[in-house]
Design a protein around this ligand. Structure first.
Ligand code: C5P
Length: 284
């Protein structure tokens, strides 16, 4: 019997995100500090028959990015075989945590293992980018400086372990809509790679909290006003800092330690927010 291969697909947050321009290909030029976090989906893959199947509850089938990743992988290595992908979903959707992208990257990494590494890193990256701008980050994860569409990646000093509280407002946000809104009323900020290298190397969590920035926050909060409410409440619990992740709608707070994070999680649940998680940052 074919063995079942399993991998965790971690979510990410953006500690910094600036939209610095529009590109001729319709995408936007970014600068971002991307960070893996412990919250994860579980991906299981096995070779099976000759059809491609992706099971993921309501997100089953060819529309799933993980299905697309597997189809592109198999086409690239020219194997006419079937694969069964099972996704145990924990990462919320339309949340700015790139769960779908992480699943796709996890499938590429798993399939490359299963077929004994037919593709090198550059080839995997090329397929990852065909699946989406965020997918490349998840081939390595950790703490990364991202530019271009988000696929030009450079390792930053690994962030110190931070305890986060994540809260997702009821409404999610469609990324392409957020970009369109940004084009109408957004303002481009800048984030500075050297500043981030310095604070990350020092590893002082309060200094990291002081640098948090996301150009999407204004436009996304205009679409989902609860974002600001969540942010205010997280700061009120005593988090060092709070920021929306990606294009939203999840907002994270950097807690003082694990106990504080668990206390803040309870506090947010009592205030009526229903989608609340504690998660540490994740490096390697
Ligand atoms: O690359 P991905 O398919 O994840 O992007 C989703 C949408 O977000 C794109 O259709 C595009 O409208 C927008 N996008 C962008 N610039 C980026 C990344 C995404 O405009 N750097």
């Amino acid at each position: 019997m074919e063995t079942l291969h399993e991998i965790f697909a971690y979510a990410k947050i953006n500690l910094g995100l600036a939209i610095v321009g529009r590109r001729s290909d319709g995408y936007h030029e970014l600068q971002s500090v991307m960070q893996s976090i412990e919250l994860h989906d579980i991906i299981r893959v096995e070779r099976l028959g000759n059809s491609l199947v992706c099971q993921c509850g309501e997100l089953s089938g060819p529309g799933n990015l993980a299905y697309k990743a597997a189809a592109l992988f198999l086409r690239n290595i020219e194997v006419n075989e079937g694969v069964l992908i099972k996704i145990d979903k924990q990462i919320p959707l339309q949340a700015g945590l790139a769960g779908g992208s992480s699943d796709a990257a996890a499938v590429l990494l798993l399939l490359n293992e299963i077929y004994q590494k037919p593709l090198n890193f550059e080839e995997l990256k090329r397929i990852a980018l065909m699946c989406g701008s965020d997918v490349c980050f998840f081939l390595t994860g950790g703490t990364m400086w991202a530019t271009g569409r988000g696929e030009e990646l450079e390792a930053l000093p690994a962030a110190p372990k931070m305890e986060l509280v994540l809260v997702k407002p009821l409404d999610g946000i469609d990324t392409s809509k957020a970009y369109r809104r940004f084009d109408v009323l957004g303002r481009s900020g800048r984030i500075n790679k050297e500043d981030w290298q310095i604070v990350l190397r020092k590893g002082q969590i309060k200094e990291i909290a002081a640098l948090l920035h996301n150009d999407f926050e204004l436009v996304s909060a205009e679409m989902v006003p609860e974002i600001y409410h969540v942010k205010q409440e997280l700061l009120r619990t005593g988090c060092y800092g709070s920021l929306m992740s990606g294009s939203g709608s999840t907002v994270f707070g950097i807690a003082r330690d694990k106990e504080h994070a668990a206390w803040a999680e309870q506090k947010m649940l009592k205030k009526g927010f229903s989608q609340v998680w504690c998660a540490s940052t994740q490096n390697g």
